[in-house]
Design a protein around this ligand. Structure first.
Ligand SMILES: [Zn+2]
Length: 365
């Protein structure tokens, strides 16, 4: 994450209940030899899961696979889920091979059930009644300005979802929830309330997909920021090279030498494609200055840069796309100093004047 989540981030009750139900089921399975009602709780969520044919069928599918695999597998799966409920501890010491003991059919049945709980069961009327609110209510509570705000915590570049005037809360658009630990590789966290975070579409759908936070594509191990307590925002530098050249280059660097933090920054960057998105957005410094600062002359430009180099307050960062990144950029320009900024602007004006007189020449012959 660029920004860590607010301490008052609400937990979604339905995820909490579905997660407890799954854990209860795995525990009961250890000493039960036939699929039966007693595998689920007697409370409302247990009734809702049992009463829904497709959900019950997925529970049955997992039970039958576990039964075929034997008691050791049942016990190990229960223990794997029970012993890893604290995600902060898991992020501090990742368990990367949690399911190595499971056969392929068993793991597939587990994924099928957990995916179904997330995709379908959570939206059943009886489940919503048991949790007392649906996911839209949770999303609205999550993105309230006094909580996390409407800017994606992973990138700071996009809104989670636009607000529409005169539309009731329950009908506002919402962002999709990202499984930090993706459900295809870590199915037991598919409905864990701490594993699900609303992110912008670019982060969730374009960049992250099913990437593994704890493993590189080539299988080597890595670490990741725990979203509730860790973020990248104080570990980033924007570097501007060759401001006096026709095409200054802007890059994102890490300002820490701490090996574990650098590993987490690298993971964050690879998962959400942060550097390439920022450097892509900042590919034309001239365009950014024109769009964001609208300078009248070089003295005005210097004064506008010093305005925009001031750090934003937290409320702006929770409301405005790119605010964090633009402030970093203008702060860096301010550090470079007036002579280079004035030289940069003089060259821009010269180029614009050249272009204008060229256009006049073409138009007027
Ligand atoms: Zn994002």
């Amino acid at each position: 994450m660029l920004f860590c989540l607010a301490p008052n981030t609400p937990k979604f009750e339905i995820f909490k209940l579905l997660n407890e139900e799954l854990l209860h089921f795995l525990e009961q399975s250890v000493n039960t030899n036939a699929f039966c009602r007693a595998l689920l709780t007697q409370n409302d969520i247990g009734k809702a899961c049992w009463g829904n044919g497709p959900t019950r069928a997925k529970y049955r599918g997992l039970f039958n696979s576990l039964q075929a695999a034997g008691n050791d597998t049942k016990l190990q799966l229960f223990e794997a889920m029970r012993d890893n409920q604290d995600l902060q501890l898991l992020f501090a010491a990742p368990q990367r091979n949690l399911f190595d003991f499971m056969s392929e059919p068993c793991f597939t049945a587990l994924k099928t059930l957990c995916t179904h709980l997330y995709c379908s069961t959570k939206g059943l009327d009886a489940v919503i009644a048991a949790g007392c609110s649906d996911i839209k209510a949770h999303f609205n509570a999550y993105r309230a300005q006094a909580v996390n705000g409407n800017i994606c915590k992973a990138c700071g570049m996009e809104k989670l979802a636009p607000f529409r005037a005169e539309v009731p809360d329950g009908e506002q658009w919402r962002a999709d929830y990202d499984h930090q630990l993706c459900k295809s590789k870590y199915p037991i966290f598919a409905v864990h309330p701490d594993n699900l975070i609303p992110l912008c579409d670019v982060c969730n759908q374009d960049a992250k997909k099913a990437k593994d936070l704890f493993k590189h594509k080539n299988g080597t191990e890595r670490l990741a920021f725990y979203p509730y307590t860790e973020g990248a925002k104080d570990l980033i530098d924007i570097v501007i090279d060759n401001l006096r050249d026709p095409e200054p280059t802007i890059t994102v660097n890490w300002n820490t030498q701490d090996a574990a933090l650098r590993d987490k920054l690298k993971t964050w960057d690879e998962v959400y494609e942060i550097r390439s998105r920022v450097e892509g957005q900042f590919r034309s410094l001239e365009a950014i200055i024109g769009d964001e600062l609208r300078p009248r002359n070089s003295a005005h430009l210097v004064s506008r840069i010093s305005d925009e180099a001031r750090p934003h307050n937290i409320d702006t960062l929770k409301r405005k796309e790119w605010a964090f990144w633009h402030q970093k950029l203008f702060r860096q320009m301010q550090k470079i100093g007036e002579p280079d900024i004035e030289a940069f602007w003089a060259r821009q004006e010269f180029t614009q004047n050249q272009a204008a007189s060229g256009a006049d020449f073409i138009l007027n012959g």
